[in-house]
Write a protein that binds this ligand. Sequence first.
Ligand SMILES: C[S@@+](CC[C@H](N)C(=O)[O-])C[C@H]1O[C@@H](n2cnc3c(N)ncnc32)[C@H](O)[C@@H]1O
Length: 482
Amino acid sequence: MQLPEDFIHSIGSLIPNKAEAFFSALEEDVPVSIRLNPVKFRRNPLCFSPGKVAQTVPWSQWGYYLSERPSFTFDPLFHSGYYYVQEASSMFLEYVVRQLVHEPAVCLDLCAAPGGKSAILLSSLPEGSLVVSNEIVRQRAHVLSENLIKLGQSNGLVCNNAPADFAVFPLFFDIVLVDAPCSGEGMFRKDENAVTEWSLKNVQMCAARQKDILTDVWNALKPGGLLIYSTCTYNMHENEENVRWIADELGAEFVSLQVGESWGISPALMPGVEAYRFFPYSVRGEGLFLSVLRKSASEKTGTIKNYFRRKNKNQKIPLLKSEMAEYAPLLQNPEEYCFVEKECRITALPHMHADTLLLLSEKLRVVSLGIEIGKKKGCDFIPSHALAMSTRLNPDAFCRYETAYEQAIAYLRGEAFVPDQLPSGFVLLGYKNEPLGFVKNLGNRINNLYPREWRIRSSHLPEKREELFSEVIEDPAKNPIP
Ligand SMILES: C[S@@+](CC[C@H](N)C(=O)[O-])C[C@H]1O[C@@H](n2cnc3c(N)ncnc32)[C@H](O)[C@@H]1O
């Protein structure tokens, strides 16, 4: 790897005693890891195929290092949201959440695409929490939405806004995660572009932009709320200097975490700063910096209740309680949801978050929220892919058809799907018992309803079909499933 001279010098002064170990670690292979989707796993516990898993990720209950990189594109379970391909260091957020958050929280993931950290928040925050996943770049916001829809949770909202847009929600969020856009030094091993785009000037530009982002969103955090700040870079300008600045200028105190001694996590490199650093010479993962700060509780208090006194005069999305009966059978525990309609699309919102979600929808550019149930088309109702992915789908609402591997791949490619015997009407296809999506059997033809933009585009199949999961428990004791 050809590293910029200035970067070599900056690492030399950042970690003089470890620089050599650092540069040799950069020449090593990138570890491959996945994080199981707990909600889908609990519902349908499958076993890893023998030899696929090398080790568990110590700071994550659901993270696994794989023994080699499989072709994820050709694994139907990847498309059904059974797991998320995620770099191991970033799974540390799961540990942070488990250690610090014990009450349901309203959480903003400000820089969320492609969605790895939102996936963790959605599955690790206490039951009853709500996660707003925001991404400023429109196209990336759609990728974010796709990734989160596959996870099948109903307690989320995906939006496409600038950090300053959250100024209309003063003191609203219990937790704000800023996984900031950065100079990406921690990704050099994974991403050659990160190396070519790096410069000292870019580091300064990133550090200044991070401060702007933090300033813009700060007022949206409740007094006493948690700010989790992270980057995937090593230099102090984007890390310790920025969190020191948050503590001093914005008014916050550092929150300490107890971390496992054998995990290889390093402390902050600046006195008086509490942070957790992941270097590739001591941790199996890429570079990560993470620090948690608690906003001073002394600021004037405002609670979410205040919002609801002022809001709802111009409610744009009518609640459709009267039509609930029609959609209720599609969900398990339908009494926990209300149904809303906008532009012929029906969405189920958890009752406990409906007011908050509707309030947020008034001010933000929403990409997706709750569970999109389906679309009205003339007299027809077409179930949406989000319903197929949802863990709240009533398993008895649709006829199901279990596909063979080749059929599953053909379906995910958007090809015509011709099984032997398929019930008529909407049918939910599955693979290894995990829903893949809907088809509509019209008798003379079968419509493939898998979203066009999400299809597998590659036309070849890998020579060897090596699946990550098998249903067969050959020796349960040997399968490292939690
Ligand atoms: C490190 S990535 C986030 C990764 C994500 N949290 C995850 O775990 O998958 C940073 C994100 O910030 C977005 N971004 C870039 N400029 C931004 C800005 N000025 N304000 C907010 N977000 C920005 C990028 O588009 C990118 O998606």
